[in-house]
Design a protein around this ligand. Structure first.
Ligand code: F6R
Length: 607
């Protein structure tokens, strides 16, 4: 979704626009439909340029105009919410005098009333966005000092924002403000970089200050002030993780990285002798967790699928009643929360608006809030009482892959921790630890199916519908497999329980409607085999994903993919891999834009 970058240096830097554009490109993965920037030009005023489509279109436009850029500069990628995709609606937006420029992430909910009032006072609007009201409000409040004008304007806004503002009337600063939309300031040697996402600053500095809700930062040429004094933190990700490193797409790179990313999630967190997990992020709530008798897991999309697995895990191994909800639904239903309830939010980015809203709702009703997230310092990490980082490194591909398997690995750690606090026998804990320690190696082995999967994608190319079926621990994997092919190959797919087939969905089965059946040798194996029989009896092609050595399935399925054998509740980490690869190769054959699928954004920061 939308991204913000700002740059200001000690002395008017002619590299300002180039540095800003390079940082903005690092946010491309989030998804956007237009881009723009506003910069101080040596000719003595602010220049604003915008372009629909890729950032390269904006670059071309700037290149053709012979500007003399200096700084400050603010830049933005827009993912349309209010107003269609066009140059006029791209950010930055300006006031009537075209002297105040605003880049904004978030939504201003009361903008219609504000706009009407400002128009009544004589302001002239040139876009259909909610953001433009902010520029006009700042114009109205300006009395010589930009931060004061921003502060007064914020008092009129209802909604969410991450803001970057510059003005030709007070040109030696960027003013930034945050409410429910992330912003951080990167502290480099001779300059500051403002950004909505650490990816934008990582090539310049590891020292960052995250803004908290309600804070305004005034970023000058050699110092910056913020309402509350804050300690600089270190970003843990290595810069190289933002590159494709020879892979044609980030998605494939991230699928292939899974042995290492899962290893990182588990590293230092397993205690083999005690059959337990050591999770520093839960230390502060360890006693309270003993009283918890109900867990709600919330997340969106892929993160929700991980949550569905957590539901099976917590109930079976920790004996805690658990329900998983789409975060977007959670606070609109009558959930029964009290102090013995925990909400566990799962999110790769830690910035998904629906998930954050669920956390806030649960906290306001007295529940313990916990999180599993990847991004250190994200809003989710800061707003939950306790949590676990997945530590799988930046995920750039819009289709979530390695974040998912790390979320499932983190859930397995949670399960051990909660289970051993309760009824889980020592031997069961030890067995789970042993299997988790083997997991990176088993993932590596599973990835060897890549060539076979590519051939299968070629064989099934041209089919326009797919079923994904699984039971128990592999039902969420059926959902995840269906989502992956849907989002990157734009193919119709349904993910369902094998057992539900005969209650209606079987009507769709024909020789044109293949089914991908996840059928490891687990406690529901025989049941899944019956479901495959039902499909074959109606002429439907079947690709089976099963445990190594289980050759009997070959007489039933048209194609068989083998995964290593492990304990039932950990099979999903392996069984999802062929499905990720199938979606990937199928989408490549369809000529799709793998890392930036249409209509999607990496981090969904609006509700
Ligand atoms: C699917 C996908 C999305 C995200 C969802 C939640 O491949 O990427 O479904 O999983 O938007 O995002 P996070 O995990 O950042 O909260």
């Amino acid at each position: 979704m939308c991204g913000i970058v700002g740059y200001i240096s000690k002395g008017n830097d002619e590299r300002s626009v180039n540095i800003g554009i390079e940082a903005l490109k690092r946010l491309e993965y989030r998804g956007y439909d237009s881009a723009g920037l506003a910069f101080w030009d040596r000719s003595g005023g602010i220049i604003c340029q915008k372009a629909v489509g890729r950032i390269s279109n904006l670059e071309n436009k700037i290149g053709q105009n012979g500007f003399s850029p200096a700084d400050p500069v603010i830049l933005h990628t827009r993912w349309a919410t209010h107003g269609n995709v066009c140059e006029a609606n791209a950010h930055p937006h300006s006031d009537c005098t075209r002297d105040i420029f605003v880049a904004h992430n978030g939504i201003i909910e009361n903008y219609p009333a504000l706009k009407e009032q400002l128009i009544g006072e004589g302001h002239v609007f040139s876009s259909g966005t909610d953001t433009e009201v902010i520029a006009h409000l700042i114009e109205k409040c300006f009395e010589g000092n930009l931060e004061e004008a921003v502060r007064k304007s914020l008092g009129c806004l209802v909604g969410t924002y991450g803001l970057a503002v510059i003005s030709g009337r007070d040109p030696n600063k960027i003013v930034a403000a945050r409410l429910s939309s992330p912003l951080l300031v990167g502290l480099a040697e001779d300059y500051f970089l403002l950004a909505s996402d650490p990816s934008a600053v990582i090539a310049h500095t590891r020292k960052v200050v995250y803004l908290d809700d309600g804070e305004i930062a005034v970023i000058g040429r050699s110092n910056f002030t913020i309402i509350r004094e804050k300690k600089a933190e270190e970003i843990e990700w290595a810069d190289g993780q933002h590159e494709k490193e020879g892979f044609p797409h980030y998605m494939l790179k991230e699928v292939m990285e899974q042995p290492e990313s899962i290893e990182q999630t588990l590293k230092g967190r397993l205690i083999p002798e005690a059959g337990n997990a050591k999770l520093g992020g839960l230390d502060s709530v360890e006693q309270r967790l003993r009283q918890i008798d109900k867990v709600y897991i919330v997340g969106c999309g892929t993160a929700r699928h991980a949550g569905l697995l957590g539901e099976y895990m917590f109930e079976e191994y920790a004996g805690i009643s658990t329900r998983t909800d789409a975060a977007s639904e959670f606070r609109y239903r009558k959930t029964l929360l009290d102090k013995n309830t925990a909400l566990l939010a799962i999110s790769q980015s830690g910035e998904t608006a629906d998930t954050l809203a669920a956390i806030r709702d649960a906290r306001s009703r007295g529940a313990l809030t916990m999180g599993i997230t990847n991004v250190v310092g994200s809003t989710q990490a800061r707003e939950t009482d306790a949590g676990v980082y997945t530590r799988c490194g930046p995920e750039i591909g819009v289709a979530s892959t390695k974040a998912f398997t790390s979320q499932v690995a983190a859930l397995a750690l949670f399960t051990l921790f909660l289970g051993r606090q309760r009824q889980m026998p020592l031997e069961t804990g030890r067995r789970i630890v042993r299997e988790l320690l083997r997991m990176p190696e088993m993932v590596e082995q599973t990835l060897q199916c890549d060539r076979q999967i590519k051939e299968l994608a070629e064989k099934y190319r041209g089919f326009e519908n797919f079923f994904y079926l699984g039971r128990k621990y592999n039902y969420p994997i059926a959902r995840e497999g269906a989502l992956k092919i849907k989002e990157i190959a734009y193919v119709h797919s349904e993910g369902s329980w094998g057992g539900e087939l005969k209650h209606g969905e079987l009507a769709l089965i024909s020789e044109d409607f293949p089914s991908i059946c996840i059928v490891p040798k687990d406690s529901v194996y025989e049941k899944m085999v019956s479901n495959i029989e039902e499909i074959k009896a109606r002429g439907g092609p079947v690709i089976a994903v099963t445990s190594e050595g289980n050759q009997e399935i070959e007489s039933l399925a048209d194609d068989v993919v083998y995964i290593p054998d492990t304990i039932e509740f950990l099979t999903p980490i392996l069984s999802v891999i062929p499905l990720q690869l199938f979606a990937y190769h199928f989408a490549v054959l369809c000529g799709c834009d793998i890392d930036k699928p249409r209509n999607l954004a990496k981090s969904v920061t609006v509700e």
